[in-house]
Design a protein around this ligand. Structure first.
Ligand SMILES: [Zn+2]
Length: 393
């Protein structure tokens, strides 16, 4: 619950709009990388959700379907790295990408990137990681005669892509379990928001630490109250690479679904007003004598941080929407003190409505909570993956 202080000044980029027709869709397929890891970037004129039909384990052909997406003309090309060649065809009311492997490989990750950073269209990225040696072409699924393939343009273009450096240090992630102590947050029929946020925060910490790639700090690890300013301070002192605040919403019983908030640009100017109105945002000491929140705001107004938050927010939405129902407009810009840490990309996740019986049951059950937490972890993994820079081009 964010109570009344939230000012929604804009909506996400429409990244999750339904495709309405079959016109175009897939514009181009590009390849990059090498025999250890190969990336396919599918350029799209709309948001899509891809579905893995075949992972390549059986017949050395990875197949990803894009329902309700069209493809203009014949798209195919020669491969690069672990890919021998690829084709896109229309099948079953959508487009189907068939990737014939040159060597044993698995899908390391798949994700959708919204327009941004100078790119005006969507990109669906598939990373393939080699798991073994070369594959005999005779044991791959037939995509048609190899000699009929045109010289691939896409692969050549992508060959100029440079591998981003692998970060050496562990990333620092601050997970903020909303509310706590005397502040129960939103109240469901069976459980309080503060309970499920803490449970989810602890589970997410464990999920992330298992990878060995992150240092994870919780703003609270028990049922106690931490001021909002205190939460922001924790992120600042930790020099966090990512701040994620977990909450659960309140609303009419029939309203359900998760949503993700990032700091809005317009929201910044309204912080004073919000603070005055909203006790959830209490103690943020905008009036304090130190450089406090005013300075934090200045720092945070750096566009880069906001853009990075927005990219992460979109990834988060695309990951968690696989495992949990979403509010219709899932990524929102909000004006939230808890997101105001300097230079720390920050998002607030409303994991669902505690006032919705189905959401409450989902959030209050360890197994379904684990699925959600796992998908949050996937989004974080993706965001920090060494190839992000390449993909965002
Ligand atoms: Zn809350």
């Amino acid at each position: 619950m964010i109570a009344g202080g939230l000012i929604v000044v804009g909506l996400g980029a429409g990244a999750f709009a339904q495709a309405s027709g079959m016109a175009a869709g897939i514009l181009k397929v590009r390849l990059g990388g090498d025999a250890a890891e190969t990336r396919l970037v599918i350029d799209l004129d709309r948001s899509v959700s891809g579905k893995l039909i075949s992972d390549g384990a059986v017949d050395n052909t990875v197949v990803v379907a894009f329902p309700k997406v069209g493809v203009s003309g014949d798209l195919k090309g020669a491969g690069q790295g672990v890919v021998r060649r690829w084709t896109v065809d229309n099948q079953g009311g959508g487009a189907r990408l068939n990737i014939e492997l040159a060597r044993k490989a698995q899908v390391a990750r798949r994700f959708l990137l919204p327009p941004g950073d100078g790119v005006d269209h969507y990109r669906y990225v598939i990373d393939l990681r080699a798991t073994g040696g070369a594959v005999d072409p005779r044991v791959t699924r037939a995509l048609g005669p190899a000699q009929s393939l045109p010289q691939d343009q896409g692969a050549r273009r992508a060959a100029t892509l440079i591998r981003a450096d692998r970060p050496s240090a562990r990333k620092v992630i601050v997970i903020d379990a909303g509310h706590g102590g005397h502040d129960p947050g939103a109240i469901g029929a069976n459980v309080h928001e503060k309970v499920v946020t803490l449970a989810a925060a602890k589970a997410l910490k464990a999920r992330l630490e298992k990878t060995g790639r992150y240092t994870v700090i919780l703003t609270r690890d028990s049922d106690r109250y931490v001021t909002l300013e205190g939460r922001v301070q924790i992120a600042r002192r930790a020099d966090a690479d990512l701040f994620i605040s977990l909450h659960a919403d309140a609303g009419p019983e029939s309203t359900s679904g998760a949503s993700v908030y990032t700091l809005s640009e317009k929201g910044e100017g309204r912080v004073g007003k919000v603070l005055a109105k909203d006790d959830w945002l209490m103690n943020a000491s905008l009036t304090g004598g130190d450089r406090g929140v005013g300075q934090i705001l200045l720092d945070l107004s750096q566009r880069a941080t906001k853009n990075r938050s927005a990219v992460f927010a979109e990834m988060l939405v695309s990951e968690i929407s696989d495992v949990t129902p979403m509010l219709r407009r899932s990524h929102r810009d909000g004006n939230l003190i808890v997101l105001l840490a300097p230079d720390v990309p920050a998002v607030l996740l409303e994991m669902g409505f505690i006032t919705s019986p189905s959401d409450e049951a989902r959030l209050n059950t360890a197994a379904s909570r684990a699925r959600l937490v796992n998908s949050i972890g996937d989004a974080i993994d993706r965001w920090f993956s060494r190839d992000m820079k390449i993909a965002s081009r």
